[in-house]
Design a protein around this ligand. Structure first.
Ligand code: SF4
Ligand code: SF4
Length: 355
């Protein structure tokens, strides 16, 4: 039996809900490396409510600080395509200040893992995420045009830096397959604990819709499938109809069935909650948007001739042999490259970048 906490909260008093969440789901934090991952979709202001609110992040950081961890890291990989906006995104939303000096750019060092061969043979996950003793995920209660809702499972898509996210969007091609992708990414490192910002949520065509919804709650669980199942019900959606929840359940990652989830608090269905239009077709069925996605996910590595010493290290480390030396400069075969970052990471001269 899973448990999900539903606790009344405002941004001024959310520490009360955070305390209750840690009481219900005790975490052995003393002496451990704790990584806290808010949902930082992109550069925005806190008032747009497209990211986890800084008040919740601050409350969680302060709670964890009091429990004597060895190390705290706060970070995310904002954006589908960008590499340079990490600090900006944290600064502008107020999440940098809320991180109280524990912020780290998670896009700088990667841990490479095999992935589902239908999509990509390998992906690079932020090393800090893989090194965490305890990973705390702070999702936001929002709708999403491709997956209907974005919650605990979808927040883990941000463990992949930069263009890999765009590339997987492109390879997935349909909403159904993208549902599969987000579960495959989620299970690379299942977070230990989830505290969701549902004080101000989002309805309509999320994940960056202007249609905000005052909900006044913090939700928490140690199981993402149970938590997302509750969120789906609150939105008026049968969780059994969401492909990503079906798949996560089938893989043994948890259960959303009502009889398998004990609610601590009061669950209410939000009246007249607006779901995204067409359940993803508005995005993937739109040729103009698909073309934009395809174009933007064609980010590929390029060596700077001024810096490259033709050492060949990038060629040796490319997992799919997409690089070859031509006139003392590595050149990529764009049709083979899986945008895994290995070459950029390995280059001793910092000559390789994704453009
Ligand atoms: S060329 Fe670079 S980014 Fe592309 S697959 Fe090879 S190592 Fe990865
Ligand atoms: S690793 Fe860097 S310096 Fe070496 S060949 Fe590749 S781009 Fe050039």
């Amino acid at each position: 039996m899973h448990r999900v906490l539903i606790h009344p909260a405002s941004y001024e008093n959310c520490r009360v809900a955070v305390d209750r969440a840690f009481e219900l789901f005790p975490q052995n934090i003393s002496g451990k490396k704790i990584v806290i991952k808010p949902n930082v979709l992109r550069t925005s202001t806190a008032e747009e409510h497209i990211v986890t609110n800084p008040a919740l992040l601050r409350a969680v950081v302060e709670k964890v600080e009091e429990m004597s961890p060895a190390e705290i890291v706060v970070g995310d990989n904002p954006g589908l395509f960008n590499y340079g906006d990490n600090e900006n995104s944290f600064e502008k939303t107020g999440l940098m200040a809320a991180a109280k000096g524990y912020y780290k750019n998670l896009g700088n060092t990667l841990h490479h893992l095999p992935f589902h061969p239908d999509f990509m043979p390998e992906v690079g996950v932020s090393k800090e995420i893989m090194d965490a003793d305890i990973l705390i995920s702070l999702p936001k209660f929002k709708t999403h045009g491709l997956t209907v809702m974005t919650g605990a499972i979808k927040n883990s898509y941000g463990i992949l830096p930069g263009a890999q996210k765009a590339r997987l969007h492109q390879i997935a091609g349909t909403p159904e397959r993208f549902h599969e992708v987000i579960v495959e990414v989620f299970r690379l490192r299942v977070p230990d604990f989830f505290i969701m910002d549902a004080v101000v949520g989002m309805e309509g065509n999320g994940p960056a819709s202007p249609e905000l919804r005052e909900i006044g709650l913090i939700l928490a669980s140690d199981n993402a499938v149970a938590l997302d199942g509750v969120v789906a019900r609150m939105m008026g959606v049968d969780p059994g109809r969401l492909r990503f929840l079906q798949k996560a359940k089938a893989m043994g990652l948890g259960d959303f069935a009502s009889h398998m989830v004990q609610i601590e608090g009061e669950m209410r269905i939000l009246p007249d909650f607006k779901l995204p239009p067409l359940g993803g077709e508005a995005i993937t069925g739109n040729p103009a948007i698909r073309e934009l996605m395809n174009a933007r996910s064609r980010v590929r590595p390029q060596a700077d001739p001024e810096l490259c010493t033709a050492c060949g290290s990038c060629i040796d480390h490319c997992p799919v042999s997409a690089l070859a030396m031509r006139e003392n400069l590595p050149v990529v075969d764009a049709g083979i490259c899986i945008t895994c970052f290995c070459c950029q990471e390995i280059c001793p001269e910092k000559a390789m970048s994704l453009k």
